[in-house]
Design a protein around this ligand. Structure first.
Ligand code: ADE
Length: 417
């Protein structure tokens, strides 16, 4: 079996972590039990490009249990957990992933996974689909469809579909309610703060914590930072998002102003150049900057490098840049996803629902992808409700059911005051 990982001797430690994640992912375990019997993915070859974490390992084990052959790479140069990659390789998964890849390693790994000639693709950020479309178009004839995990990837794939350039159907896993309304908010919120704390160990209480972008991910970071006693400032370009932030208790101001008062900055916009040279020049001594968006272009690192008179590595994932005025700025995790590069990514409990959507979307494609148009498809709301119901039941909560009379009432347009 082919693989390339940092150190295969880490497999035992990785296996323990995967077992730990499984104990917190009851929806995935229920799906595994059910679909290992019916084998809906038998004969499918799935190439995956998604952060190699303990939760992803649970997804991979489940896809395999349902009959699929798997080849995998990470979707970010700094997010692979090497012990997990080793454990997967030891379990016979074809995997090419290690922490600290350069761009060449990154695309080499994707190329390796495509040698299996996949019938399905699974992406987080769309780099695998782009590679197929740009470099290996001949593979498209075998591909039934693909799935996409994240907001940034879905945006780009919708743009591709609008231009008529998407060559096979894609299911937007990100847009399932049981994904974006949980993983993006609570997963990003908790794990991003976890990353900041592991990289800096600073006190959050009393700090001016600047969140750039008040989408789901930004909101999650803001809520959790408030919970730790920080004064949250949000920056936005969208009036409705700015308004929501103010009603969540945040101050709103343009980045130009926030740059001067912030102690900790986190970008969560999906847009480039959120923090650039003109911001670095006015930041306070000791300012900490990091990113939780998919790509590393939200903080303009070339600007920081150009301005700095010196730099040094202070701790893991924390680099100090000294500005010409003597102020020091601390860049975390090289501007890459702070939650995955400096911590372990979203907790298992939320990834349980995100990956249940991933898994079921792959099954949908295997069963009916051939009849789907080459565009970006949403996950049906019934799937969301099924996943949420299993989740809430495994948390030992009961919910109510509408009576027949109430169901009739809900659509009765003759009833008034
Ligand atoms: N994205 C964010 N957190 C993740 C995790 N724990 N596993 C895989 N992908 C993730």
């Amino acid at each position: 079996m082919d693989y390339k990982v940092k150190d295969i001797s880490l497999a035992e430690a990785g296996k323990l972590k995967i077992d730990w994640a499984e104990s917190r992912m009851p929806v995935m375990m229920a799906l595994r039990e059910k679909y290992s019997k019916t084998q809906p993915l038998k004969g499918q070859r799935i190439a995956g490009c998604l952060h190699v974490t303990k939760e992803t390992a649970v997804l991979i084990r489940t896809l395999r249990a349902a009959g699929a052959q798997i080849a995998w790479s990470g979707c970010n140069p700094l997010s692979t957990q090497d012990d997990i990659a080793a454990a997967l390789a030891a379990e016979g998964i074809e995997i090419y992933a290690w922490y600290g890849q350069n761009t060449e390693d990154f695309y080499w790994s994707i190329d390796q996974t495509l040698k299996m000639k996949p019938t399905l693709t699974l992406d987080d950020g769309a780099d695998l689909i782009f590679t197929v479309h740009n470099k290996y178009k001949d593979l498209v004839k075998d591909i039934i469809g693909g799935t996409e995990e994240t907001t940034t990837g879905v945006h780009r794939l919708r743009a591709m579909a609008n231009d008529g350039k998407l060559l096979y159907p894609v299911i937007a896993v990100n847009d399932a309610e049981t994904k974006w309304d949980f993983d993006n908010v609570y997963g990003t919120g908790q794990s991003s703060l976890d990353g900041i704390l592991r990289a800096t160990s600073v006190l959050l209480a009393g700090k001016n914590f600047v969140v750039a972008g008040f989408g789901h991910c930004g909101r999650g970071c803001a809520l959790r930072a408030q919970g730790m006693g920080a004064n949250v400032i949000a920056t936005e370009v969208k009036p409705t998002a700015a308004l929501k932030a103010t009603l969540e208790g945040c101050r709103i101001m343009p980045m130009e102003e926030a740059a001067k008062v912030g102690d900790i900055f986190i970008t969560a916009t999906g847009m480039k150049d959120i923090l650039t040279g003109r911001h670095f020049e006015t930041m306070k001594d000791g300012a900490i900057i990091c990113n939780t968006g998919h790509y590393d272009c939200e903080i303009n690192i070339p600007d920081l490098e150009k301005l700095a008179t010196s730099k040094r590595q202070m701790r893991d994932n924390c680099e100090e840049y000294t500005m010409p005025n003597g102020n020091r700025i601390y860049l975390l995790a090289q501007g890459r996803l702070i939650n995955l590069a400096a911590a372990e990514g979203h907790p298992s409990e939320v990834m349980d629902m995100s990956f249940a959507n991933q898994f079921l979307a792959q099954v949908t494609l295997a069963q009916s992808g051939k009849d789907m148009a080459n565009t970006v498809h949403d996950i049906p709301n019934e799937q969301d409700q099924d996943i949420a119901l299993i989740k809430i039941q495994t948390m030992n909560y009961g919910i109510d059911k509408l009576t027949e009379e109430q169901i009739k009432y809900s659509t009765d347009y003759s009833a008034g005051t």
